[in-house]
Design a protein around this ligand. Structure first.
Ligand code: PEP
Ligand code: MG
Length: 695
């Protein structure tokens, strides 16, 4: 399908590839497009992406994304220059194999992504209507949890007027644009550094992508043409980014709409520099921002007077949602546009935990909420103070509270917040977002770094690559599947990509001397699969002289939960991946907000799966943990303890809170709670019971 043909139809100097079909069900979106462009730029040749009769510069992100390639579309590549053939060879797999879709961002990212996935499902607001029944209550989607009370501050689209002509020469205007973009790049670098310090590299990367847009050859060419026609630098630049932003916005697709916001954000940054309107917005004390939409830069440069925000546009996967979470600012998105009528200075309560903005609350209501917030903050400070102590129930049963991490930075943070170990290292980030398979040395370096951060006494559970489903990698050929989440995913894929799997296992085993190493396989559905992977791991361990590694599996598929007693005979441990276990038990896509109420891990059917797993391990030398989001849900903790799990592995920030929750409980009482809820018939009943009877 994708080998290279010599000579193109229009010009014999052009190398032309055969047709390449987009196989990803998500189409060819921002992330693979960015990888394509970045890779194309490494070659000296001119490279074009061709669809039907249209040709676009493959080194321009806006041009490539402008094609809006969908699943099933066919394209070709053309290249001219000394390294044309190599360029085409390198680029074909990126298009043909496709890369991870933006919606799978969390999985690809080490820290924030992991935290986002571990957030317990919030059935409260995921499905509620957005239109307010009561005109003072506005509902939205939780972008970042938390509670705030303050006054409204409307943020309007800062449209900066620009003069069409300035009277300067085109050469001067061109230089002015060049200088402004260089300054903008410097600003972005500072914001990226600040964001990296406040959260992590993956969030900071948003601004790296902005810097890439600043240098886009198509946008530059567009602006420079206008400058040659006598327009001012500001006018030319604005026309350029607005043209592309409008094109993206018109595609009627959430991911492209988000890129339109990014383009305008980066575009305005340059305009502010060119027009000297670079000053920051002045915010009143204790304000809650109300906006149609906020840009990533708006969000990253908010000051301490801003307590939270609420927008009409933006989804849970938008960059502002990710940034709000990393900054710890309560935020809701996707609210009704009537919020834009709220007058500046109006008193507001933002309860992002429940996805609600309340206008003109009664003073007593604000008082209550502030008390609740203060006591939550006090509690949090107390939990953090006690985080290093073990989590032992009132009746003397120790529960390990471990961390779900995605990299070394998380590991360091988890240790400082008192983790008893790492219960889940999501290692996909080492495999995604690249065109070639990682080498063993590169993988080993990452595992060794994490093991060192954790130290010799804490268990480290490394999950082998969980690729497939919504996560594709171009260097493993995968056929198109009608139901990728039921297809070749997790361990199923590893066992079909044996060389890569062995490379990963060898790399993990190289960390065995530095920590209490555990290797865990994801998405296991049969004992045969587990046996094959375990035998392979032990064999490699023998070759490398490593014997101290523990081998276990995730319980994510009902078949494994039901037959846990057999797995427990052969595995050292089992960890319940309740995010997937819930998805597969309830037949409800975990990423679909409309099904959030159905995909609730506290449904008695899911609890029965957990019980079957724990019962299956009883009396055998096999511990049971929970590493799905439910482990970090304080309401679920008594049920999980009562069912008999040994370990709870939670997102890093949740460690102190879950440890202190364990200390409040008695295992004996938890057992009674667990048997009562197992008798109930819906998740709603379980939640209600827990709310009413468990303090
Ligand atoms: C799970 O499925 O519960 C789990 C922890 O794995 P992930 O969320 O990475 O699929
Ligand atoms: Mg899973």
């Amino acid at each position: 399908m994708s080998e290279i043909l010599n000579s193109g139809p229009d010009n014999s100097e052009w190398e032309v590839s055969k047709e390449i079909t987009i196989i990803s069900p998500h189409g060819f979106h921002a992330r693979p497009a960015a990888i394509l462009v970045k890779t194309a730029k490494k070659f000296a040749s001119d490279i074009r992406l061709v669809k039907d009769d249209r040709r676009q510069n493959a080194k321009s992100l806006v041009a490539v994304m402008g094609f809006a390639l969908q699943h099933g579309d066919t394209v070709a590549l053309e290249a001219k220059g000394a390294d044309a053939k190599e360029a085409i060879e390198a680029l074909i797999p990126i298009i043909a194999g496709d890369m991870e879709d933006e919606s799978g961002q969390s999985a690809a990212q080490p820290a924030g992504g992991a935290a986002a996935r571990d957030t317990p499902p919030s059935p409260v607001n995921a499905n509620t209507p957005r239109l307010p029944a009561d005109k003072s209550v506005f509902r939205g989607i939780t972008a970042s949890p938390g509670i705030a009370a303050g006054v409204a501050k409307r943020v309007t689209d800062s449209d900066i007027p620009v003069a069409e002509n300035s009277g300067l020469t085109p050469a001067n205007e061109k230089q002015a644009l060049f200088d402004a973009r260089a300054l903008a790049k410097q600003d972005l670098k500072e914001i990226a550094d600040k964001t990296e310090t406040a959260s992590d590299a993956s969030h900071a990367a948003i601004f790296g992508a902005h810097a890439e847009l600043l240098e886009d050859p198509e946008m530059t060419e567009y602006a420079e043409k206008l400058i040659l026609n006598g327009k001012s630098a500001a006018f030319a630049w604005k026309s350029s980014y607005e043209t592309y932003a409008k094109r993206f916005a018109a595609l009627n697709n959430e991911l492209f709409a988000a890129r339109a916001v990014d383009l305008r954000d980066v575009g305005r940054r340059v305009i502010r520099i060119l027009t000297g309107t670079n000053e920051k917005t002045a915010y009143p004390e204790n304000c809650i921002l109300i906006a149609e939409e906020l840009t990533p830069s708006d969000t990253a440069s908010l000051d301490e007077k801003v307590l939270g925000f609420c927008t009409v546009k933006g989804g849970a996967t938008s960059h502002i949602a990710i940034l709000a979470r990393s900054l710890g600012l309560p935020a809701i998105v996707g609210t009704d546009e009537s919020i834009l009528e709220i007058a500046d200075g109006s008193p507001l309560i933002l309860n992002a935990d429940e996805g609600v903005l309340r206008l003109n609350p009664a003073p007593a209501e604000i008082d209550d909420l502030m008390k609740k917030r203060a006591s939550m903050a006090e509690r949090r400070a107390n939990d953090v103070k006690n985080a290093a102590k073990p989590a032992v129930t009132r009746d003397g049963n120790r529960i390990e509270v471990a961390a779900n991490i995605g990299g070394t930075r998380d590991a360091n943070q988890a240790v400082s917040l008192g983790c008893d170990g790492v219960g889940l290292l999501r290692s996909e980030f080492l495999f995604l977002g690249r065109n070639t398979a990682p080498e063993e040395d590169e993988l080993a370096e990452a595992y060794v770094g994490i093991a060192r951060a954790l130290g010799p006494d804490k268990p480290l559970v490394v999950r082998t690559m969980d690729i497939g489903g919504d996560k594709q990698i171009p260097y493993i050929k995968q056929d198109k599947e009608d139901n990728p989440f039921l297809g070749v995913r997790g361990l199923r894929l590893s066992l079909r990509a044996l060389e890569l799997f062995k490379t990963q296992i060898r790399a993990i085993l190289r960390a065995s001397k530095l920590c209490k190493l555990h290797i865990m396989f994801p998405m296991v559905s049969t004992l045969d699969e587990f046996r094959e992977a375990a035998a392979l791991t032990r064999g490699l361990g023998r070759e490398m002289g490593v014997s101290e590694v523990k081998i276990g599996l995730m319980i994510e598929v009902p078949s494994a939960a039901i037959l846990a007693r057999h797995f427990a005979e052969e595995a050292d441990f089992m960890s319940l991946g309740t995010n997937d276990l819930t998805q597969y038990t309830m037949a409800a896509d975990r990423g679909n907000p409309k099904l959030a109420e159905i995909a609730d891990g506290l449904n008695p059917a899911v609890l029965a799966m957990i019980k079957s797993t724990v019962d299956g391990a009883r009396g055998k030398n096999c511990w049971v943990g929970v590493c799905g989001g439910i482990a970090g849900d304080p309401a679920a903790v008594p049920v999980l303890i009562g069912l008999g799990v040994d370990e709870l592995s939670v997102s890093v920030p949740a460690i102190p809170q879950i440890k202190s929750r364990v200390r409040e409980l008695s295992k004996g009482e938890c057992e009674k709670i667990a048997s009562s809820v197992l008798e109930l018939s819906t998740a709603g009943e379980v939640r209600k019971y827990l709310k009413q009877t468990v303090s």
